[in-house]
Design a protein. Sequence first.
Lengths: 459, 87
Amino acid sequence: MAKKIAYRAFLGVFLGVLAVAIPFFVKGASIFGESFENLSTGDLTSWDTTDIFYEVVASGCAVGNKCLYLGLNNIGWSKYQYKDVSNPETTISYISVWIKASGGTGGVLVYPFNTDGDALPYIGMWNNSIKIGDQANLLASYSAGNWYNIQMEMDSATTKTRGRYRILGGAWNNWSNWSGATLPASGVSLGQIRLVQPSINTTGNMDNIIIGEGYAPDEDELPPVFEEIKTLNFNQPLDEASTPDFSSFLLSYQYYTGTTTPVSLIFNASIYDEAENFYGSNWIIESVIPDSTSTKYVYIPKSFVLPNNKWYNATGSMAFAIPGTILATSTSHFVVSTTSSAIWQIPPASTSTEWVLTCDPESGFFENSLCRLALFLFIPDMDDFSSIIETWDDIKNKIPLGYFTASIEKLETLSTETEETITFYIFGDFTNYIKNFFTTGFWILFGFWCFNRIKNLEL
Amino acid sequence: MITKAIIFIISALIYTLTLPFRILPDAVLPEGVENSITEVSGYLSGINTILPIDVLLQVFQAMIVLEVAILGFKGLNWVIRKIPGVN
C-alpha cells in the first residue's frame, strides 16, 4: 500500500515538473515572416506607407538574396511604413529582425503596436545603441555597416519584455532582464508593425522580420507560405450502391499554409483504365482563405460514365494557385472497379506465379523417367538467374552506368511531380485529342523506321 | 543441368566483365546536371501539354533497343565465325 502511494506521489510530481518544464523547452513557431525574397519594391505598395524611401534590394543582405533598404527622408522620426500582422495567441510571443544601420546616429526600428493601437516597446538601432524600448541598451555602441539580429520576447501576462542580439556570424549575447516600464495597460497583444527611420541622418536595411508564438528560437524560422500539400486522400466515389459508374468523387485533403491571402484550390479527378486509356476528367475551383492546417472535403461531380467490370486508375489532384501561378500540387492514385453488382472493390492482391514444371507420375515408368531427365538437364531453377539479376543491381549505380540510372530516376521523379497542370484541367479533352494524334504519329513513324532499318540491314 | 551450366558460364562471364565497375564508387549526379535536368523538365512539362514527351522517349528507347539487338547479333555472328571450320 505504502509502495503504491509512493509510486503515485512520484508519478504526480514527475508529471507536474514535466508540465511546468515543457514551456521552457518549447521554442516558438513563427506566424508572420517577411524575408523579402519574393518581393520587389512594387510589392511593398501593399504596405501602408508614408513618404519614407524604401526599396527591395538584392545585395549586401543578411539572409537570403533580398532585403529591405530604408533610405533618407526629409523629416525623420515618425516616418514609417506599417503592416497589419496576426496577433500571437500565446502568452509569450516574440519579434526577431536583422537590421543594419549606415551610421551611429539616427537608426532604424521595428515598432510594434498592439490591437488597440497602443505602441509597444520597439527594437532596433538608435543613437549608437541597440535598444529594446526604453530598457537599458542591449549594446552601447554598435558597429555601423554590420548586420545584427535583434530579438524581443513579450510576456502578455506580466506585460514585460526582454531582448538579446548577435552580430552576423557571431553568438547571441545573454537575454536582458524582463522589464515592463512602458508597456500599455492593454498588454502586449500585437496587431501591426511599423518600420521606422527615426532620423534623417542614417539609412538602414532590414531582413527576415519574424513574429512568432512562444519563445524566440536561436535560428530564424520563417513561417511556411505555401508548402507542399500535406496529404491528399482519394476516397471511394459516392453513391456506390446506386450506380455502377463513377457518379462523383470525394477528395479529402489536408494542407499547410501560413498566408491569409485567398488562394484558389483546383481539384481534378481523372479516370484511366488499366491500359492507361483516358476516359474522362472533371475539375472544380474553390477560392478560399486557407487556415494553418485543415482537413476538408470536396465533391467533384459526375461527368462521364464507365463500362462495368473493369479496373480503373482514378487520379485525384489538387493545386494551390494564385492568378497565373501554381504554388503547390499534390496527386493521389486510387484503383477501383465497377462491377455489375454495383459494389466498389479494391483490386485483388497480385500473386506471383512460380515457374514449376513437374512430371506426371501416372504417365508410366519410361515416360516419367524421360521427363525427369529432361527437367534435370534443361530446366533451370529461378535461383539460377538470381546471380545475373544481382549483378545488374550491383553495377547499375556504379560509374558510368550510375549516371544514366541517376538521370533516369531524376527524370522519373520530375515527371511525377509535374504530372497534371492547370492547362490539363481547363483544356483536358482538346489537348488529349492532340496528344493522341501525336502519339499515333510517333509510333507509325517508328514502324516505318524499323521497316527501313531491317530492310537495309547488312550482316 | 546443361542449361544450368550455360547460365552459370554466362553469369560468371558477366561477373568478370563487370568486376572493374564494382570497385568504382556509386555515381552521383553533379549539382549542375541535376539543375539542368530540373530546368529542362520545366520546359518539357510545358511542351508535354501538346506533344507527348513520354511517348517520344519510349520511341527513342525502342530505337536504341533495336540498334543494340542488331549490334549484338552482329557480335555473336563474329564470334561464331571465329570457331574453326565455321565460315
